[in-house]
Design a protein around this ligand. Sequence first.
Ligand code: ATP
Ligand code: MG
Length: 422
Amino acid sequence: MLASKTFIPKIKDIPQDAEIISHQLMLRSGMIRKVASGIYNWLPLGLIVLKKIENVVREELNNIGAQEIFMPMVQPKKLWNESNRWGKFGPELLRIKDRHDRDFCLGPTHEEVITDLVKNNINSYKSLPLTLYQIQTKFRDEIRPRYGVMRGREFLMKDAYSFHMNEECLNQTYKDFRAAYRKILKRLELEFKVVKADSGAIGGDKSEEFHVLAENGEDVLAVSDSSEIAINSELLLEKDQDPSSLVGKEFPEGGKIELIKGIEVGHIFQLGQVYSESMKLSLQDANSNEVNPYMGCYGIGISRMVAASIEQNNDEFGIAWPKGLAPIQINVIDLTDNADGSAIKFYNDVEKSNFRVMLDDRDERFGKKIKDSELIGIPLNIIIGKYLKNDGLIEVCPRRGTKDLIKPEELNGYIAKFFQES
Ligand code: ATP
Ligand code: MG
């Protein structure tokens, strides 16, 4: 890609409502633009990162045997009546009418649609267990959208649903998801905690959240040095009690309570039979007994994860992406005004690698080019300039780490080695 032709609009003045660093950096580096409160355009750089996360999630879910489908965003009231949630959900559910005056909503979650799908299309216990998932836009009319895509109204979620004839089977799949989520977060190089949680409006009785640790997290987690497990402080607090009152008290699993901040990026629930009962999904088991299948549901906030990663990976110069997640991996900076075509030659060469490469061919000074590269968070800069002319060397300049001068024929080896090290 050529910097001169790529849509990366940058801004200098940060809007008032961009309170946290990830929101500011996503705006400054041209990843997103606001359309309305909690509703955003994803621009090329933002979308590349979003898709990368999406693909890691997809691969790990496929690995545990989940199958991808795609459900509609617009859902009929009829299904929400069956689950008794049309009345319960409150103003977060954006309700709309079609031209025939029929009621619909924009899907905040998809338990109703999927339970109906399985009810109408599975007629033998032999087809279970079954795990389906989608990666799709959700809409929740949040009371306080904020922090950019961290708490949007429209956002991208991976939601998965599993169906089982008994609880042991649900337990197994729940464990598989827990393991898959750990792998996903490790691959994305995020520092995280698995957290005992409240199952909230979705219902059911067993649930855990996955929190990325960050100062700007909205959730307060209780941890102790003698336990691997964290607990969402909400679970330990009485009404109107402040989390700080927990510090130093006995942690349920041993040790003394300390508090840390987290961003909820994933949530796994054992729903049990709540939806299969209310929506009358039932199957005969091997002994001809009618059983309401046991269900699990498993969410990951894909768009929130982009912001969460930036919260963990930034410095005074901008975003410092993990190498794999960076939207552009290599930046070829031309300081020769393309006088001899050497920068294009290097660019064409490097582009044959598996990495996404940009040639900064803009008519700008070096200082501006390197500043922009640091803001966007490109892990490796290759500078084609005076060295090449004088002594036949090119400069390699990592986002983090030390600069070096190398011979042109060493470049491919250098790049391969650079991206192997994390
Ligand atoms: P929160 O407590 O942050 O409001 P939630 O518990 O209501 O989230 P879930 O129903 O568990 O959310 O949804 C699954 C995942 O979707 C969450 O773990 C989170 O990563 C993501 N998510 C939820 N709400 C939003 C939002 N408003 N904007 C962006 N991502 C969201
Ligand atoms: Mg949740």
